[in-house]
Design a protein around this ligand. Structure first.
Ligand SMILES: [Zn+2]
Length: 82
């Protein structure tokens, strides 16, 4: 049975790995660990899922704000005093 190359990385390290913020040497160690460890791989997927949810959420919010501003803009043109 294959043994993980190191003990489980910290949540913070997995997050930074997902973000590509780790130095190449550390990232390589974590990648090796992830190849051997289901638990951390699942955690990485969870983090990536959360990140993409946040990105989607943010996009929707920005879109809503944009539409709202456009709506307000169009009504304020009509009713705006000089
Ligand atoms: Zn692990």
């Amino acid at each position: 049975m294959k043994k993980p190359a190191m003990r489980h990385p910290e949540d913070d390290q997995i997050l930074r790995f997902a973000d590509g913020e780790l130095p190449a040497r550390v990232a390589r160690k974590i990648r090796t660990h992830l190849n051997a460890c289901w638990e951390c791989r699942a955690q990485l997927q969870e983090i990536e899922g959360t990140i993409s949810n946040c990105v989607g959420y943010r996009k929707n919010i920005l879109k809503a704000i944009f539409l709202l501003r456009r709506l307000r803009g169009s009504t304020s043109i009509k009713g705006s005093p000089r």
